[in-house]
Design a protein around this ligand. Sequence first.
Ligand SMILES: C[S@@+](CC[C@H](N)C(=O)[O-])C[C@H]1O[C@@H](n2cnc3c(N)ncnc32)[C@H](O)[C@@H]1O
Length: 223
Amino acid sequence: MSYSEISNIYNEDCLITLGRELEYDYVFFSPPEYSEMGLEPLKDDKKYFGWMEEVYSKFNPRKNIVTIVISDRRFKRKTIPKHQYCTDIMKNLGYDLLNQKIWEKSREINMFRYNYAFVMSYARKSFKSKNTKLFKYDTWFHPHHSYKGYSYNMPQEVAERCIGNYTEEGDIVYDPFMGIGTTALACKKLNRKYLGSEIDSETFEMGMNRINQSTIGSIEKWS
Ligand SMILES: C[S@@+](CC[C@H](N)C(=O)[O-])C[C@H]1O[C@@H](n2cnc3c(N)ncnc32)[C@H](O)[C@@H]1O
């Protein structure tokens, strides 16, 4: 059976996909930034985080684990601790924070954006973690590179470290914000299945082309 037969990305709002009552084992994603949703930091925070809570409340992974990759936001000389709000939301939904890794994106000075993101894994009820060597490191350095003008993506290695730790071969990973398909590529490489949603048609097409053209690379060793 080919990947296209067992894995799928829906070009639609993730709230619609989540209403399809699909089955999946683990949720892994990076949520959209304010600007991707036409919102302004601080002014629209209630709407932004209220929407996040609505989406997160609909997750139902069989393995009870969700990983969120998110950067805090610098704005008008302040910091909006988005990662902290995510943990508050997840706590309200009955999830405990299992661990918090730092993905370092670059070592250059950037006055406008943080050069690192939090990789936060949450669980409720019973759960299993393999505690793989690659996952155990607390800080991960993987330089960020845009892809054909799309800059909201993450390196595949970040997805691989998490998916490799929390799932087994053949498991299904759901990414509600699939972007250009990084989660799908990691699944393909690690022999997992994927389900995803991507609302923007151009981004969706770019992702589908990227997935279809990809070949499975060798398993690398990082530190
Ligand atoms: C931070 S990016 C994810 C990038 C992805 N992890 C990658 O590496 O390509 C967030 C994506 O969510 C999409 N998005 C925004 N709102 C959405 C929604 N309601 N449902 C599904 N996708 C949405 C955006 O178009 C954007 O491509």
